[in-house]
Each structure stands twice: as C-alpha cells, then as structure tokens.
Write a protein that binds this ligand. Sequence first.
Ligand code: ATP
Ligand code: MG
Length: 192
Amino acid sequence: MSLDSRGEKARVFFALWPDAANAARLHAIAQQWHRSLGGRVTREDTLHATLVFIGDIALDRLQSLLDLAEGIQTPSFDIDFDARGCWKHNHIAYLGMRQLPEALQNLHFELAARVGEAGFSIEKRPFSPHITLIRKAACDNAARDISINKNPAEPVTWMVRDFVLVKSSIGANGSRYEQIGRWPLLEDKPTS
Ligand code: ATP
Ligand code: MG
C-alpha cells in the first residue's frame, strides 16, 4: 500500500464504490446527460458515493481509521439511485435517491460516530448521499431534462456489500483516488 510520499498529510473519505457493471451503467447515464449539460463527466473508475468525508489528516492517523472501520457490523443493503439532480450552487449533476435506506443511514451514522470518537473533525452538513456524474454542469440548461419531479430516473439499483476508505490527491486531470481499505458489510442470513 503506498500512501503519500510527498507530504505528511492525506485527504481521505469513506465511500461506497460501484462494481464494474454498475459503474458502466452510471457512466452511460453521465454520457447521456453530458449532451445537454456539458461539463466534465466523472471518469468511470472514479464514480462513488461519499459516506463520510474526513479531509486532510496526518499520515500517522490513517491506521486509526483502518482500525475503526474494522469494527463496523452493519448489514448489506440495496440502494435505488432513482433521483436525478443538478445543484446550481456547485454545478454538480448527480444521481441520488428519493428514499434514504435505513441501513445506509445507519452505516453513515455508525462510521461518523466512530470517526468523531477517534478525534477527527467531521463534516457537519446533513448526509446527502449522491454520485457525482458531471462537474461544471450547465444545470440551468437542463432543468427540463433532468428534473427530479418531471422526469424520474430509471433507477440504478446497486447492491452495497462493502465500503472503502479512499485517499484523494490532486492529479493532472482532477482528483486521483486510491482505495486504501475495503470492508465487507454483514450478509443477510438465509431465511429458512
Ligand atoms: P475535485 O475536488 O477535484 O472536483 P472531488 O470533489 O471528487 O474532486 P475531493 O474534493 O477529494 O474530490 O472529495 C472527495 C469526495 O468527498 C467527493 O465525493 C466529494 O464530493 C466529497 N467531499 C468533498 N468535500 C466534502 C465536504 N466538505 N463534505 C462532504 N463531502 C465532501
Ligand atoms: Mg472536491
């Protein structure tokens, strides 16, 4: 595992990462939106939904994040990404969900609590899970095309079986992500 050779700090966040098939479906939607929204389509291999954003931390604190994630014991779940949106304030076109699954809320809450207990300062904004499909999107042009109410999205149903810790660094073409840990969620026991 290579962490950071240049500095003392790493920019990190916990996230949900799609498998290859879902990443391809999401990317296809992004390319379709791009025709009306313009902007910069998220690279297929970087599509994700942030679970808990931590930000810049000293490298020697990374181990405590790996340790706290180890203890997470929440069940796996499905997400329907069935809501399209474009935030005008930051020009981000995204897929979200109309209904936040309880298991996702719990996973977020559990992780955020542990991150806070470990002494990290965490984002105080309400949890708003989404996948950024396009940056610098012309949201104004597209209200009709991607309005959540007028044109509900065909859902991308995603089975969430694990979560990851990601290190983000600035690359030549925007942020570069490196997964530095992956933890499974609990599988449902078969019913008999
Ligand atoms: P770029 O900043 O180069 O456009 P990016 O936003 O994907 O790319 P980061 O800024 O490292 O890269 O953010 C990583 C992830 O964390 C992204 O999903 C981003 O939306 C989310 N994020 C960034 N800052 C915050 C924050 N203050 N609170 C919550 N989530 C955040
Ligand atoms: Mg950013």
